[in-house]
Design a protein around this ligand. Structure first.
Ligand SMILES: [Zn+2]
Length: 444
């Protein structure tokens, strides 16, 4: 049985890779293959109103026009993809992933075995599967927020995707991440033993700046910093998070990174570390479990992006009543109200899940439902995974939108997500860069 499943997976891989590379269609006078998509409903990723019966013309890897079917002509010889019964959207953007993590299932040895047991080639092989999983779920762009001990492995995966060797999304990568001494696993081993760490640990502004330089030199698109580490609940029931970098250390990183015209993503739960993250000039706050009114006001003032990653905190909570169980419950209890506070104040919220922190087999798009259950409108939730992160990634008009001039990253659903947000968990059509990667939806 297992062999049969493996064979099926291999066969599927063998069939769909050429599909991505060989989706040939007639070419126009400029040499680009022309594909026309008939969209029954179009949610373009930027506007607030869906449009019905649209014709999207794709040439090569770009969208050249979008218009009403009634007034648009289909170029002669164009390949036509009929999604006139479907809802079409831009390819989605996942702003917090870990392709080098596989769920940290406690029964499988949790986080530590990833670094202690597996050769880097094994982790890289699995990362290619993660990248593919993102794409087949309709996420045509990811911001991958560190490799968790796999060094600069994300750079290689990104290159392999860009060169067409493996299917995957557009990738913005952050390589090794930065924390301080005592600020990241592996830990809990005998002090006499040297164990690997899941991030590059620094102390002092000089080392901080040097780490940023090394990571940027090796191709990091973003710098990821851990501003809090351990967390627990104190006697009064407050969530406490251990701060890591000082403001001076963070400022050195931010100054260096901004000099390269790149940005800094800060993991920060709450308290002192979160305050330092904001004072040090982080561009995005990751998780932000507990935001005070003052934190929220500062985020609005500074234009800080907020990537809440709601879903990951519902996975594998420690047993209720144990110290870790109480902490895990507290994290969830404060997270929703923080999200709502940020949303009401107009903080720029972006979609991200921390997938890899939970298994890649799980539907990433479940996060959309969690956002709407907390009061975000379905259209706002969609924008948090389309035009809004495109702005954060400085790709406005190029990704996260179905409009002339954008890359042809297009997905389709069998139902309208404005009425049925869960349908985003069942993406039936995926085009990336003008090539169809998946199609279980178009009419033939
Ligand atoms: Zn993460």
């Amino acid at each position: 049985m297992r062999t049969a499943i493996k064979l099926a997976i291999l066969l599927f891989a063998a069939l769909s890779v050429p599909a991505q590379i060989n989706s040939q269609s007639p070419t126009d006078s400029s040499g680009g293959a022309v594909t026309v998509i008939k969209a029954g409903t179009l949610i373009d990723g930027a506007g607030n109103t869906p449009r019905s019966n649209q014709i999207i013309v794709v040439r090569g890897n770009k969208i050249v026009s979008v218009g009403d079917a009634a007034s648009s002509s289909i170029p002669q010889g164009a390949r036509v993809i009929d999604l006139s019964h479907a809802t079409v959207l831009p390819g989605l953007i996942e702003s917090h992933t870990h392709i080098f993590l596989q769920g940290e299932e406690p029964a499988d040895g949790g986080y530590d075995v990833q670094l202690l047991k597996y050769p880097i080639s094994y982790r890289a092989a699995r990362a290619t599967v993660s990248a593919r999983r993102a794409l087949e779920q309709g996420f045509t762009t990811i911001r991958d927020l560190e490799t968790e001990g796999a060094g600069y492995g994300d750079i290689g995966i990104k290159e392999a995707v860009e060169q067409g060797f493996i299917p995957g999304p557009r990738m913005f990568v952050s390589t090794r991440a930065i924390s301080s001494t005592a600020g990241y696993p592996l830990e809990g081993y005998a002090p006499e033993i040297t164990v690997p760490k899941g991030a590059q640990l620094i102390d002092g502004p000089v080392e901080a700046r040097k780490a940023a330089r090394q990571q940027l030199d090796n191709g990091a698109d973003w710098i990821k910093v851990y501003m809090t580490h351990r967390s627990w609940v104190d006697d009064k029931g407050n969530l406490i998070s251990q701060p890591t970098l000082t403001v001076e250390e963070l400022r050195a990183i931010v100054d260096e990174t901004h000099g390269w015209h790149k940005k800094v993503a800060c993991h920060a739960y709450n308290g002192i570390g979160l305050q330092r993250a904001l004072d040090g000039g982080c561009d995005s706050i990751e998780h932000g479990l507990e935001l005070t009114d003052a934190n929220v006001a500062q985020m609005v003032r500074q234009g800080t992006w907020y990537c809440p990653t709601l879903m990951v905190y519902t996975f594998n909570p420690a047993p209720a009543g144990t110290p870790d169980g109480i902490r895990d419950q507290k994290r969830q209890d404060v997270h929703g109200p923080s999200f709502q506070k940020a949303m009401k104040a107009g903080v720029k919220i972006i979609f991200g899940t921390d997938v890899g922190g939970f298994p890649w087999t799980y539907p990433i798009a479940r996060e959309f439902s969690m956002m709407t259950e907390l009061g975000m409108s379905p259209m706002e939730a969609i924008h948090s995974a389309t035009s809004r992160p495109a702005e954060m990634l400085e790709m406005q008009g190029k990704i996260g939108v179905v409009a002339p001039g954008a890359f042809a990253d297009i997905i389709a659903l069998s139902d309208n997500p404005l009425q049925n947000i869960k349908i985003l968990e069942h993406v039936g059509f995926v085009m990336k860069d003008g090539s169809v990667f998946k199609d279980t939806l178009s009419a033939h």
